[in-house]
Write a protein that binds this ligand. Sequence first.
Ligand SMILES: Cc1cc2nc3c(=O)[nH]c(=O)nc-3n(C[C@H](O)[C@H](O)[C@H](O)COP(=O)(O)OP(=O)(O)OC[C@H]3O[C@@H](n4cnc5c(N)ncnc54)[C@H](O)[C@@H]3O)c2cc1C
Ligand code: SF4
Length: 522
Amino acid sequence: MTTHYDVIIIGSGAGGGTLFHALAPTGKRILLLERGDYVPREKDNWSTQAVTLEGKYNTREEGPAAGAPALHPHTNYYVGGNTKFYGAALFRLRREDFGELKHRGGVSPAWPIAYEDLEPYYTRAERLYQVHGERGVDPTDPPASAPYPHPPVSHEPRIQELSDDFARLGLRPFHVPLGVMLDEKDPRASRCIRCDTCDGHPCIVGAKSDAQVLCVDPALASHPNATLRTRARVTRLETSATGHEVKRVVVERDGAMEIYSADVVVVSAGAINSAALLLRSASDRHPRGLANGSDVVGRHYMGHVNSVLMALSKCPNPTVFQKTLAVNDFYFGSPEWDFPMGHISFVGKLDAHTLRAGAPAIAPGWTLELMARHSLDFWLTSEDLPDPDNRVTLDREGNIVLAYRPNNEEAHTRLTAALQRLMQQQTKCSVHGHDCHQGLFARNLFLGQRIPLAGVAHQNGTVRFGHDPRTSALDANCRAHEVDNLYVVDASFFPSSAAVNPALTIMANALRVGDHLRERLG
Ligand SMILES: Cc1cc2nc3c(=O)[nH]c(=O)nc-3n(C[C@H](O)[C@H](O)[C@H](O)COP(=O)(O)OP(=O)(O)OC[C@H]3O[C@@H](n4cnc5c(N)ncnc54)[C@H](O)[C@@H]3O)c2cc1C
Ligand code: SF4
């Protein structure tokens, strides 16, 4: 069996899977090491009880959160990584997110690259991941060199009504850019059937634009030089005597140890696991962890300040595919508040199982089933600022410990209040008139629920890139400052988290690093 490769990529998610696809056509020998297996295709893929309530596909791994009870991370170890389960909302960061932005809660630092450096790769990533959207409606939309490759996903009637209400109030609501293979003009031929179990679930019919379906599988099918090894957990990276290059990739596979080597090693195990892998790879030459002379590895963990906010009304919300509408009018602030607040959009339609998993307070007079049938389920995101004390470390046994103190919460509170005000100004309902939106609680009842720490879905920032080796672990090409053949391309490299979903930026950056590696490999 070959054990030496031109490139080894560790992790097959948004970063690693995309890079694998980008490098496969080079003819170089590429090995993709993935600790998980393929998600089994079965009816439970679309069961909210199995997926959300019972956590059937979540990792069983537990890591203690510092000073808190055991952490059961909502993360998934499979070919395709977390893109198998994501909601496929594929946003570009705003152009301003690449510069320094002052928040009420602190400073969001500048990136070592500008938006313009990533723009061509965003366009490529949108094509690769078949994004459906419409440019120029969102007031914060950054400039783009091409239209979206597919038209926006239409709103169902209740969401269209809400969009019209928001527009009437002077906002500029827009269609969420989505990676689903939906053809609304030809529904019979459409791969996507527009179901209610997209966000948080794997797609049984392979119609979600995830890294397995669109990157890993096609690369394996067309390029014999590209190899995938599943159930292959990388436990340690070992360097040459000088410490300047990774020489051995140590893998645990089905209880046995395997050793691989490569000219270039790319870590893409997700922001928590990549930091943990580098910390576990400490040696005489790298006593604080591999590539960690700066002591930033594991620090500046960010995960977004997120909440799910249910707006209940007397009329039911019959929407099936809910995640089509977003509002960015408060992204950089408002006339009353001069600091960024964040992004408003939707989660997939909640049902009673999903609500039970989140254990929300039950509104008086409502059951969970009733709440789920009558709610509009918003997803609010504010920027999480990089705090060096929010960090991944290892305990004595080598287990992951995540310490996290929330920040920038006032921005989120104000974003929530802005949405509450908007909802109170909805058009009167034709059935219940003034009474529709809940007499007891004025016109609307809101139940705010902050996503708990175990929700690590948007993890990023733990191996940040930058120009200065004293304050960053990676250079602008995502190469380790201290290790010549080591790169990191998952969400770890983010120096700031912005307030839109991260996956498209991870994918676009992987394509950018892919171009750099093509040059390097010759
Ligand atoms: C329910 C849910 C909904 C989401 N919705 C959205 C959305 O709508 N839009 C959006 O932009 N983002 C969304 N996200 C976030 C998005 O999925 C992540 O930002 C993205 O997948 C992160 O990419 P990554 O490459 O950093 O890591 P991942 O995609 O997590 O990939 C890491 C891979 O590394 C593997 N791995 C880990 N450790 C090792 C090891 N030691 N050895 C070998 N392999 C290893 C893992 O098994 C995994 O396959 C969502 C996430 C979740 C969980
Ligand atoms: S069929 Fe469409 S909406 Fe349903 S999970 Fe698949 S991609 Fe998502």
